[in-house]
Design a protein around this ligand. Structure first.
Ligand code: HMG
Ligand code: MG
Length: 317
């Protein structure tokens, strides 16, 4: 029998890596396609704020997602800082060839746990997509390019509704087997709630160690931040988010923006969890891009910071 003081593990991690997806998930969902120079400056500002993983765009068909055309020019125009990764989405070998030509050092392949969503999003069955991604991942890794994987519809599908946790687990497992260093579990339409998110992570962790999992919550029902908190308890240490709350998938009707990076950061800072990201510079990057899109940030933290700055300004006048 053991005696002495009982030690309990800390409830939260010391640090979390934020994967910023606005230049891809955010801008792919905007009606207004932005010029290459604006996309580049946006990414540079995100890197200035301390983000070290910034999804820079996609090598998908421009007929399917015209907003992501010219991602090769975006990559060509970046400063490519030491310690910063700029992954790009790749759906097939054609996309990989484009990404390699453009000098990408990291790609992301994106599968789904729902057959109907897979058809609508990439015109493929889940099984065929995984076979194709295995080929893509092997070719990328042979070039020393890191491969990340996504599982969409991890907490629900816009076409099929409920999604089996076994399907999420199996697709995540296949992605790791083909060499993905990390799998991001996507609540594409933002229907998850904290307990469901925990259960989903637990189910996947039966097959993929939690150290290799990330979460990607859309915020359609305002649950994304609560879901993050719930899965931090499960050991998740990597969180995708999008500055200003931009985001959505053109093939997932009803999906609102992603979890806003400013809101995520405000919570993590408050919990004393290190991210290396600076809130004021991050919020400025959000104002920069929403200015170009002709609207204001959806992030509550960004709105509060702007209101405080305005009130202070008024007092000083
Ligand atoms: P398809 O029409 O079946 O493709 O689309 P295909 O192989 O039959 O080719 C048709 C034409 O497209 C050909 O041109 C190809 O060369 C061209 P043509 O000979 O007719 O002139 N083509 C390409 N062009 C440029 N780049 C390519 C490429 N591939 C083929 N890579 C395809 C299949 C996968 C290409 C298409 O469905 C597609 O591009 N889908 C992408 C959809 C997408 O980007 N969705 C958003 C990202 S996923 C997401 O947001 C979810 C996530 O955030 C996580 C979450 O929230 O859950 C990641
Ligand atoms: Mg997404």
């Amino acid at each position: 029998m053991t005696t002495g003081p009982q030690t309990t593990p800390p409830p939260y991690p010391d640090s979390v890596r934020i994967v910023e997806v606005a230049p891809r998930d955010g801008l792919q969902n905007e009606d207004l396609g932005l010029p290459v120079e604006t996309r580049i400056e946006f990414i540079e500002r995100l890197a200035d704020a301390g983000l070290t993983t910034i999804e820079a765009g996609s090598f998908v068909s421009p007929d399917w997602v015209p907003q992501m055309a010219d991602t090769d020019q975006v990559l060509a125009g970046l400063r490519r800082r030491e310690g910063v990764s700029y992954p790009v989405l790749v759906p097939n070998m054609r996309g990989l060839e484009g990404a390699l030509r453009a000098g990408a050092r990291e790609i992301a392949v994106f599968a789904a746990a729902s057959e109907t969503f897979s058809q609508k999003n990439i015109n493929s069955t889940v099984s065929d997509s995984l076979s194709r991604y295995a080929e893509v991942a092997a070719a990328a890794r042979a070039e020393g390019v890191a491969v990340r994987g996504y599982v969409s519809c991890a907490l629900g599908c816009p076409y099929e509704g409920e999604v089996a946790l076994t399907a999420v687990r199996d697709v995540a497992g296949s992605l790791v087997d083909m060499g993905c260093y990390e799998v991001s579990l996507g609540d594409t339409i933002g229907v998850g709630t904290p307990e469901k998110a925990r259960m989903m992570v637990r189910a996947v962790a039966e097959r993929v160690p939690v150290a290799h999992l990330a979460v990607h919550f859309h915020d359609t029902y305002g649950q994304a931040l609560a879901n993050v908190l719930a899965v931090l308890y499960e050991g998740v240490r990597v969180v995708d988010s999008s500055v200003a709350g931009l985001g959505g998938c053109p093939y997932a009707p009803g999906a609102a923006g992603n979890l806003a990076t400013e809101d995520l950061l405000f919570m993590l800072d408050g919990l004393g969890i290190r991210t290396g990201v600076r809130l004021h510079e991050l919020a400025a990057a959000g104002r920069f891009i929403t200015g170009h899109l002709g609207r204001t940030p959806r992030s509550r933290a960004a709105q509060a910071l702007a209101a405080t700055a305005q009130a202070v300004g008024a007092m000083e006048e």
